[in-house]
Write a protein that binds this ligand. Structure first.
Ligand SMILES: [Zn+2]
Length: 215
């Protein structure tokens, strides 16, 4: 499906959902120093052809302007003539959409997610054991144990992508970049938000539990 074939309503809906999520996350302090990025897919999906709206690079995400988002294709190239630049981390969004076919991807930096990624860096995953909120990921086993993958962080963003490809676990709707931030996704914006909020709760839980154990 070409970008032009996607209805204006679908595109508008994606933009208004992104705006809403952006204000909500900004109110939680989840975009320090213009960091973080959000995207929502529009139109049909095929692993080699899809389109999504993504936050523009370098904007203050606590403000709302008509230039907050732009549409890009599966390779991260803008679909329309624009002077906006897509987020510097667009290639990671492209790869997660390609691998999962999900509908929305939200990425934020937080102190807790950065701390636990360093605490468990040698293990290459953050273990979470029997915490109720694991159910937010549709994992319903009693006393479920999960491992949230951690990948290397590089200043050159495209260098991060191969490890995402290698480590993404289809059961876990998120991946952590070391001392950087979490990428969480879902079938739609509602689900991606639920997943992201659950991850952030679990990261704070894991951090505090580690401190208690060490006393
Ligand atoms: Zn980031």
């Amino acid at each position: 499906m070409s970008f032009a074939a996607i209805s204006t309503e679908d595109k508008q809906r994606a933009l208004s959902e992104l705006s809403e999520v952006k204000s909500l996350f900004a109110s939680k302090g989840w975009f320090p120093g213009t960091s973080g990025n959000l995207s929502i897919r529009v139109g049909d999906y095929a692993p080699d052809e899809f389109h999504f709206a993504i936050t523009a690079s370098g904007k203050d995400k606590s403000l709302s302007t008509p230039e907050d988002f732009l549409f890009v294709d599966q390779s991260g190239k803008p679909c329309e003539t624009t002077r906006l630049k897509p987020s510097a981390e667009t290639s990671i969004h492209c790869e997660i959409y390609r691998m999962t076919g999900c509908g929305a991807i939200f990425h934020i930096h937080s102190v807790f997610n950065s701390l636990v990624s360093e605490l468990f860096w040698e293990r290459k995953s953050i273990p979470v054991d029997g915490v109720e909120l694991i159910k937010a990921f549709n994992i319903w086993d009693e006393e479920a144990q999960i491992e949230i993958p951690i990948v290397s962080n590089f200043a050159h963003v495209p260098s991060i992508v191969p490890e995402v490809t290698e480590r993404l676990d289809p059961r876990i709707p998120g991946i952590m970049l070391r001392k950087h931030g979490i990428y969480a996704w879902g079938a739609n914006a509602f689900e991606a938000k639920r997943h992201l909020e659950a991850f952030e709760f679990l990261f704070e839980y894991v951090y505090r539990w580690e401190l208690l154990k060490r006393k």
